[in-house]
Structures are given as C-alpha cells and as structure tokens.
Design a binder for this molecule. Structure first.
Ligand code: PMP
Ligand code: GLN
Length: 389
C-alpha cells in the first residue's frame, strides 16, 4: 500500500486530543485542552438557537456574511483605531486554526523561510512544512520567556517570507510589549517580510495591560495578517468561527486557500458572532475581569500545593514548574509523564509544555487552563492538594 503524505504522517495525534481523551477515560477534570466551561453567554446561545430554527441554512458567502465582516471591522476600529474595509480586508474562517492554515497556504512558496517563536501552537509547523516552507525557530525559555533579540534578528534572511507571532501567547501567557513589537516591526521592514499575527487571545489580557496588535505599529498595516477567533472572545470554542484581517494584496491569495479548503462557515453562527462583537465594552471588560480572577484563584491554589507558578499576563493558561512536587512524591519523569500521572492518579488533566517545542526541549513545566467555573477550579485544586499532601 502506498503511504500518506510524509510530512503530516510524521506527526502524532495532537496533545490536546491525547490529554482530553485520557481525562475522559479517567473521569479527570480537564484543565488540559484550552476550552472554557461556564463562561458561555446565555444571550448569545439564545440568539443562535433562534437562528438555527429560522435559518439561513445554506452556504454563506465565501468571505463571510456581510454583518460579521462589518462587525469585525467596527470592532477593530473600536479597540485598536484600525480602519478596515469590511468588503476587501476581512475574511471569515472556520476558526483561528483554519485562518492560520489559509495564511500559510496562501502566501508560502516552496523554499520560503518562516520565522517562529517557541513555545508555539501545534498547528503552525505541520502546515507550513506541508506548504513547503523551512521553519527558523527562535526559543523563549522559562521562567522569564524573554525575547532573545539577537537570535531573532539572526533568524531572518533573504529567504524569509513571513513570521508567525502569537500574542497573547499560548502556552506561557506572555504578552509582547510595545518595544518588542517595534523591534519585530523593524525586522519585517528590513527583510521585506509579512507577519501572521495570531491574536486569538486579544481579549484575554490582564492586570491593566493592553493588547497591541502588531498591525497598529508604523509600517505594519500592509504587512500583517491579523487572526482572531470567536471561540475565545465568546467562550464558544466548538463554534469554530474565526477571521483574518489583512490588506487586499495579502487577503486575496489567502482567500484562494480558504475557497478550496472550507469555502464558508455556518451562517447562523456568523450572525450570532456579529451580534456579540457589537456588544458594549461591559461584556469585554467583564470577560477579562472574570478570567483574571480565575487565573489568580487557580494560581494561588497551585502555589499553595507546591507548584512554582509562573506569571501570566494573558491567554487562558498558567504554567508551573512541578519539580519540587515531583521530588516530594519521588516521581522521576518528564512533563508528559507528570501530566499522565496527575490525570490518572489525582484526577486533574494538564498539558506538558514540551509539546509546544519542536524538540520537546523544555520538560519541567505543565500548563493548566483556568477558563473554568470557580467550582471546577476549586475541586481541581482540592484533588491535587490531596494527592500531593
Ligand atoms: N492560536 C492559538 C495560539 C490557539 O491557542 C488556538 C486554539 N485555541 C488557535 C490559534 C485556534 O483557534 P480556533 O479554536 O478558533 O481554531
Ligand atoms: N488551542 C487550544 C489549546 O491550546 C486547543 C486547540 C485544539 O484542541 N486544537 O489548548
């Protein structure tokens, strides 16, 4: 029998699926895969159930329903002062993951180089390799996750087509500062490169910090493709409604990939997301505030147990060094084994941070998702505390 594509076949099953399956087999609380529980808005669910009955039920326009494209453009102006043309600069996708794949398939030529920062979301490397690009990886390391500017500059070269930048960052919760963004912007201009900006956690930024889209920096409007996800903004990851914002010369080739991959996304879900994006600031402030207090609740609980919890400025996730606890328990093993152990023995699933590195090089940290009800977080902390006491 002939084999499947060698690039994609070389990857195992994604860690998010692996840990979620293990959690369900063992009845564990799932703080592994990043999905919210108990944060979904009743208002949005009400609208969508009405739309499911009333329709539309057929294919949406390829670029997305007009209402949602307009709402995305208005949202970008309201939060970031961006002037976006909803007719030519917004495309709706089936989730942020599809948006990212469309950007890579739409822009990459075989042999192009792509600069990426580790730790990274697991879809980037397989897709860009399948598109024929060569990755140039720059590593951020715990506990500081400082951007190594010289290494980043050295990763750029004449073959660099684009960079992928994820801020707020999964899994480490880093939010890039304005000066880091300015440094990246200079490199992009110097090397005439584009940036795919994965900003799906744009409304998950804490402690009074502000999310700054790279696209808002001088010279970046026509070089950036800004990716968003309603899954994160409205706590409905199963809906898989995302979008890309980019200047027409960038969006056109990306739309070619989209038209042959999914073509369009559920129209009722799009209309409901458009409604949500039009809500007043109270919703967005409330979302951030609620998540920040959950971050602190889980972080304090984990620290009290003996995890060395790292700071988290954004996203759904906190990561923690488990070495002190492992020692206490006489456990010898890496982060993947530790995650399996706590899922099966303590009844709480997490995700190993090594899964976000190509060579799995960082092995002493695990990632917990705090986008859960306070009750779920408290039970998780209690279970871990009992297990390690
Ligand atoms: N980028 C990052 C950094 C993510 O963590 C995720 C997944 N949650 C996505 C993109 C994809 O978002 P979606 O679920 O909308 O496909
Ligand atoms: N982005 C989510 C996470 O980091 C998971 C997405 C997925 O399961 N593909 O947990």
């Amino acid at each position: 029998m002939k084999s499947g594509n060698s690039v994609l076949s070389s990857y195992g099953t994604t860690i998010f699926e692996v840990m979620s399956r293990l959690a369900s087999q063992h009845g564990a609380i799932n703080l592994g895969q990043g999905f919210p529980e108990g944060l979904e808005s009743e208002r949005l669910l009400g609208s969508v159930s009405q739309l499911m009955t009333d329709g539309p039920q057929q294919y949406a326009p390829m670029m997305g329903v007009q209402e949602l494209r307009r709402a995305v453009a208005t949202h970008s102006h309201r939060f970031y002062g961006l002037d976006i043309d909803p007719e030519t600069e917004v495309m709706v996708t089936s989730g942020g993951t599809e948006a990212l794949a469309d950007c890579l398939f739409g822009l990459i030529e075989p042999g192009d180089e792509v600069v990426l920062i580790e730790p990274l979301y697991d879809s980037y490397l397989p897709i860009l390799r399948r598109a024929g690009a060569v990755p140039r990886l720059v590593r951020l390391s715990p506990p500081e996750w400082t951007l190594p500017k010289e290494e980043l500059a050295a990763a750029f070269g004449p073959k660099t087509k684009l960079m992928i930048l994820n801020s707020p960052m999964n899994p480490n919760g880093k939010v890039f500062t304005e000066s880091e963004l300015a440094f990246i912007a200079d490199l992009l201009v110097k090397h005439d490169a584009y940036c795919v900006c994965d900003e799906v956690y744009e409304h998950q930024v804490y402690d009074g910090l502000r999310h700054i889209p790279l696209m808002t920096l001088p010279g970046m409007r026509d070089r950036c493709l800004k990716v968003g996800s309603a899954g994160k903004t409205f706590s409905v990851t199963g809906w898989k409604v995302g979008h890309v914002i980019a200047a027409p010369h960038l969006l056109q080739p990306v739309a070619k990939a989209h038209q042959f991959i999914t073509f369009s996304t559920h129209p009722g879900l799009q209309i409901a997301v458009a409604e949500g994006l039009r809500w007043d600031d109270e919703y967005f402030i409330g979302l951030t505030r609620g998540l920040q207090s959950r971050r602190d609740r889980l972080g304090n609980g984990l620290s009290a147990i003996g995890f060395d919890v790292l700071p988290c400025a954004g996203s759904y996730f906190i990561s923690a060094d488990f070495r002190a606890l492992a020692k206490r328990k006489g456990f010898v093993g890496d982060d993947t084994e530790f995650c399996r152990l706590i899922t099966m023995e303590a009844g709480v699933a997490a995700v190993p941070v090594s899964a976000f590195y190509e060579d799995g090089g960082v092995r002493d940290y695990v990632r917990f998702c705090f986008a859960k009800t306070e009750e779920i977080l408290d039970v998780a902390v209690r279970r871990l505390s009992e297990y390690f006491s």
